[in-house]
Design a protein around this ligand. Structure first.
Ligand code: UDP
Ligand code: MG
Length: 330
């Protein structure tokens, strides 16, 4: 709504869904911390289709100060899309994301900035004394973190902590959907991002209610499966499809064996079943192999930068030339 003058160094992005009781105290706490850090900052509150007075209160605050921008979604899209909208709008060099329910502590932000200045691309918060329910929150989260670490090879202790800092040019390139915000560090580290983890405060929820139940678990598991496929096979689609075709090839070979046996040995009764199975499964095998070949072609010739290597490569300067990103073939 209102923007800060001049260039912006830091952007703080907060998704809010029915958090009317938190908006004002959160804004106050953020302004207190950020004013001490720099004048070149912006706060971006994204109202994710709240049905309470979250937007009203936020809009009022935006009219009063010059640092706050408020975005409103027409309906509830979810925390990750809300975060993505804020990231899109942000103009800072360093972007900080956090929850808007006062469970994350704005007082931790300076420690994130210090760590970023050591040269990291992403700094991740670790809620080492997490104040949430044990059975529905802490245990599933511990299992998810362990799984994510195993699958991605990036052992981050607390992927679910929203309080994180990112270099803008890294995070702006990462596609965000579903519950994907949890996987940003893992995805980015595959592309070589430097990641640090720092301990942060975590408070119990004082106002409002949590927006998630156990249904989050299956969504996170599905996202993890998608990410595993991306990480392992995005650069080798042919291999992935050939592996998929192996069981079909085995079935078709077995069927071929029985079909031929009936043909050669007259005492075996010939039926249409085995030749039918052979035709079906050999067609499936061929189809999968062609899909793999197509995938390989698309990967090799398409303009795909899945892990956004171009955003992480260092600028190359040569005398007499303009600067190019090394990722784009400089
Ligand atoms: N949130 C959102 N859209 C949603 C669900 C949540 O913007 O559909 C916001 C919510 O307002 C809060 C943050 O995301 O600022 C985290 O949500 P919540 O506190 O409910 O999650 P938990 O801390 O229980 O994991
Ligand atoms: Mg919360």
């Amino acid at each position: 709504m209102s923007g800060s003058a001049g260039e912006c160094a830091l952007s703080v992005i907060v998704p809010l869904y029915n958090e009317e009781a938190c908006v004002r105290p959160l804004h106050e706490a953020l302004v207190r911390v950020m004013d001490r850090l720099t004048d070149r900052y912006e706060l971006i509150f994204v109202d994710d289709g709240s049905t309470d007075r979250t937007f009203e209160y936020a809009a009022e605050l935006a009219r009063q100060g010059r640092h706050l921008k408020v975005v409103k979604f027409r309906r509830n899209y979810g925390q990750t899309p809300a975060m993505a909208a804020g990231i899109d709008l942000a103009r800072g060099d360093i972007l900080i994301t956090m929850d808007g329910d006062l469970q994350n502590d704005p007082a931790d932000i300076p420690a994130f900035i210090d760590k970023m200045q050591e040269g990291y691309d992403i700094v991740v918060g670790w809620r080492h004394k997490r104040q949430d329910k044990l059975i529905t929150r802490k245990i599933p989260s511990r299992i998810a973190n362990w799984l994510i670490g195993k699958v991605t090879g990036v052992p981050i202790k607390d992927n679910g902590c929203s309080l994180k800092a990112y270099r803008a040019r890294v995070i702006k390139e990462v596609p965000l959907y579903s519950e994907m915000h949890r996987f940003i560090p893992a995805m980015a580290s595959v592309a070589g991002a430097r990641i640090a983890e720092i301990k942060v405060n975590h408070h119990p929820r004082r106002f409002g209610v949590s927006k998630y139940g156990l249904s989050r678990i299956y969504k996170v598991l599905l996202d993890l499966l998608a990410i595993k496929t991306l990480i392992s096979f995005s650069s080798r689609p042919f291999l992935w499809f050939v592996l998929l075709s192996v069981p079909a090839a085995v079935v078709s070979l077995v069927a071929l064996f029985f079909s031929l046996r009936a043909f050669i040995a007259p005492e075996v009764e010939a039926t249409v079943v085995m030749p039918g199975v052979f035709i079906l499964f050999s067609a499936l095998t061929t189809f999968l192999i062609f899909c793999g070949a197509l995938g390989e072609l698309i990967y090799k010739t398409g303009d795909i930068d899945l892990f956004h290597l171009s955003s992480l490569t260092v600028e190359v300067h040569r005398p007499g030339e303009q600067a190019h990103g090394s990722g784009s073939g400089a």
